[in-house]
Design a protein around this ligand. Structure first.
Ligand code: BES
Ligand code: ZN
Ligand code: ZN
Length: 478
């Protein structure tokens, strides 16, 4: 992470600064001249919420905080304003910014979060990166309502999102399944979580047929990574398990994608990246909750030995699957992970995956699709966390009628349904491999953006990291 946040030790009268205010009276500290005050009043009349004042030696950004409406909506507006303010300072080539706030902790943190998330860049492969690099390096927060540990937690969350975005943005040529597993191991070491990586031999001995079938067209071996955070006195007896799809690149396999659909398919491990990021944050923040992450990983390619449409695959749990489209590979590798999760007698399993184009067509990039099995109350809590961090979930039904199209005349099920309701039939396929309270999340829409959307930067968004962290934090009651 190239940006640092800290609690401001003292007021810095001529530093570049943001003032969060409600009434004009709250701006006393900014020592505005008469002219400046007049300007601010005019801007506010024009309903502008982010007002910029350019002094010779100082850039000031004044942000009016509204106190009407729902909290979640207000916080999201603040994140966006944080991102807007940050852009002003980067444009002015400021290095350090002080945020002055007499507002609540939640309001102040939402604003700073927008600044931090919006400052992300992926410049690793740009030769003249210096010129393009954002100038803001340090944000100091001046607020009596925000503690050092609040800042520390926000910093951890940001770092985790940055890590997840980096994983997604890294192309296959430098991040295959083995390398990804190694990187997750490093992350685990940095947050004292236990990381175990199953290699191909181990995966074969366990008979993870789905993962091995998808891997057959690859020149690289598959991996199955398990990250475990088990604190001394967890609030839960049975673990929460997150399962992330780790398709390092999805060509479609022999059911090859047209190239315009293939271009961005390095993003097909976004679920795995979210799980790695979330576990990093939970462990680093030492939340008192027992959490396990699982990432089955391989790329999906056509090759001499690739699995073919018509193949019948025996999965880890013994079920047989008739493969009718090798591009429906995510569910093949996730099914084995979901079956493996049974060994832990989990409280709840949530999988997160860039699973279907149907999810994107249905709801676009603004939300993820969610489906639940035997987890009424957990799903409600996850929705609450989702609204809080603005990684929203649209619920789709798990009605059994949708299972009809997965029937196969020669195997236990097919790996594709009919032409309709593709996001739902994919969820129904996965449900087959579960016997515990379960939630399925399809992030094919929000995982990767072709164009920046406020603090959600272009490319990998790291969606899921903040959602899972908030969900686990709510379990810990903090
Ligand atoms: N990785 C894709 C889904 C995807 C699409 C992710 C767009 C991100 C953006 C997945 O493996 C896939 O190809 N799904 C197929 C399933 C179909 C063959 C039943 C799809 O959605 O077309
Ligand atoms: Zn696919
Ligand atoms: Zn895929």
């Amino acid at each position: 992470m190239d940006i640092k946040i800290q609690k401001a030790a003292r007021k810095a009268p001529i530093a570049d600064a943001v003032y969060l205010f409600n009434a004009i009276n709250d701006l006393k500290d900014a020592k505005l001249s008469k002219d400046e005050l007049g300007f601010v009043r005019k801007e506010l009349k024009l309903k502008r919420k982010v007002v910029r004042i350019n002094r010779y030696k100082q850039n000031l950004v004044l942000v009016q905080v509204r106190h009407d409406g729902a909290k979640d909506t207000q916080h999201e507006a603040l994140r966006k304003q944080g991102n807007e303010a940050l852009a002003v300072f980067n444009k002015a080539r400021s290095a350090r910014v002080v945020v002055y706030s007499s507002e609540t902790k939640e309001i102040t943190l939402a604003f700073v979060e927008g600044m931090l998330l919006g400052d992300y860049q992926f410049l690793k492969y740009i030769k003249e990166a210096d010129e393009k690099e954002n100038s803001v390096e340090e944000i100091s927060v001046w607020s009596k309502n925000v503690s050092g540990s609040d800042i520390e937690t926000l910093s951890i969350i940001t770092e985790a999102v940055y890590n997840a975005r980096d994983f997604v943005n890294e192309p296959l040529s430098s991040l295959n399944a083995v390398k990804f597993a190694e990187e997750v191991k490093k992350l685990g070491a940095a947050c004292h979580a236990k990381v175990e990586v199953f290699n191909k031999k181990k995966i074969e001995s366990l008979r993870m047929g789905g993962l091995l079938a998808v891997n057959r067209g690859s020149i690289d071996p598959p991996t199955f990574t398990i990250i475990e955070w088990k604190p001394l006195n967890p609030v839960n007896k049975k673990p929460y398990i997150f399962v992330g799809k780790g398709v390092m690149y999805d060509t479609g396999g022999l059911s090859l994608k047209p190239s315009n659909f293939m271009d961005t398919m390095k993003c097909d491990m976004s679920g795995g990246a979210a799980v790695a990021g979330a576990l990093y944050a939970v462990a680093k923040a030492e939340l008192p909750v027992h959490v396990i992450g699982m990432i089955p990983a391989t790329d999906n390619r056509p090759d001499g030995n690739a699995y073919v449409p018509g193949d019948i695959v025996t999965m880890l749990d013994g079920s047989t699957v008739e493969v009718l489209n090798t591009d429906a590979e995510g569910r093949m590798i996730l099914a084995d992970a979901l079956a493996y999760a049974k060994n832990y007698d989990p409280e709840l399993v949530i999988d997160i995956a860039t699973l279907t184009g149907a999810a994107v067509r249905a709801i676009g990039t603004n939300a993820m699709v969610g489906m639940k099995v035997k987890s009424e109350k957990q799903f409600e809590e996850l929705q609450k966390a989702a609204n809080k961090v603005h990684e929203r979930i649209v619920e789709f039904p798990m009605w059994d009628e949708y299972k009809e199209t997965l029937k196969s005349p020669i195997a236990d099920l097919k790996n594709i349904g009919g032409a309709e309701a593709g996001a739902i039939t994919a969820g129904k396929f996965l449900e087959h491999f579960t016997d515990y309270p379960y939630i399925h999340l399809d992030i094919a829409g929000p995982a990767f953006l072709s164009k920046r959307d406020s603090y959600r930067t272009e490319g990998g968004t790291g969606v899921g990291v903040r959602l899972f962290f908030e969900f686990i934090r709510s379990k810990a009651g903090i």
